[in-house]
Design a protein around this ligand. Structure first.
Ligand code: UDP
Length: 247
């Protein structure tokens, strides 16, 4: 039996990039869509918050001299491109999908309406949340945390690109870095571990929302994460909550 009734997957833009340097790798996109559809077919209600870092990162672009808020709005548009690509791939995989955006763009997607999103989930539609929070200086990690809490998801599944959990140091730089199987929100914050941005992490802590950090590139990882299988690192309010599966 799947452990979660309703879960939100945070898909970074990089998670859709595969081994490319930019944009979307169609094979990776289709594989993620297949896994989400498969988990959904097992009765799990799935919401997705998509990033846009494969196209544009506001903070990085601002370093070249562009106004930061303007660069961030452009970044949010990047997330809408990913959302449309994911919507298409999910529909081709057999799912019914609704995309809701935090920035109104009525010709291409619904606006974000919380109660409507919940209704879609109850009716068995995969809901994609695009355009982050709709505010500059924020990230799609924060949007993922916010939407997961708003729509009563039991867990936030952080699909990472190239790292299979939370480590006590950067495993790409420190060969002896140790991976955590589980830790608490407060430990992650105090040790400044690379789980997600601090705004998102504090929000999850305050609302006791468990987070699973896992490698999107591992075989069927999104499917396993959605089923509540023990992969990656689980971040919970207390060690007891982790032993109980995070919910
Ligand atoms: N962004 C923003 N507000 C939000 C979410 C995203 O301004 O609520 C912008 C920001 O410029 C960010 C870009 O959109 O760099 C892409 O989002 P993010 O970096 O979170 O994507 P990911 O790293 O998950 O691919």
């Amino acid at each position: 039996m799947p452990r979660y009734k309703r879960a939100l997957v945070k898909l970074s833009g990089e998670a859709l990039m595969g081994s490319r340097q930019f944009g979307i790798d169609p094979e990776t996109l289709n594989d993620v869509a297949r896994q989400i559809t498969q988990a959904h077919d097992e009765g799990i209600q799935v919401a997705v918050s998509v990033g846009g870092g494969n196209f544009w990162r506001g903070a990085t672009v601002a370093e070249t001299g562009m106004d930061r808020a303007t660069a961030d709005y452009a970044g949010m548009l990047g997330t809408i491109m990913n959302a449309l690509a994911l919507q298409d791939a999910l529909e081709k995989a057999g799912a019914t999908v609704r995309t809701q955006t935090a920035l109104p763009i009525s010709q291409v997607a619904e606006p974000y309406i919380r109660r409507r999103a919940i209704r879609h989930l109850e009716k068995g539609r995969v809901v994609i949340f695009a355009a982050g929070t709709g505010n500059p200086f924020m990230t799609t990690d924060t949007a993922g945390a916010l939407r997961a809490i708003e729509t009563d998801c039991e867990i936030l599944l952080m699909a990472k690109n190239g790292v299979d959990g939370v480590y006590d140091a950067d495993p790409a730089k420190v060969p002896t870095a140790k991976k955590y199987d589980q830790l608490t929100h407060i430990e992650a914050i105090q040790q400044r571990l690379a789980v997600m941005d601090i705004t998102a992490l504090s929000m999850c802590m305050e609302h006791h929302l468990p987070i699973l950090v896992f490698d999107v590139a591992a075989p069927d990882a999104v499917f396993h994460a959605l089923r509540g299988d023990r992969i990656g690192t689980i971040v919970t309010a207390s060690p007891e909550a982790s032993a109980a599966g995070g919910s």
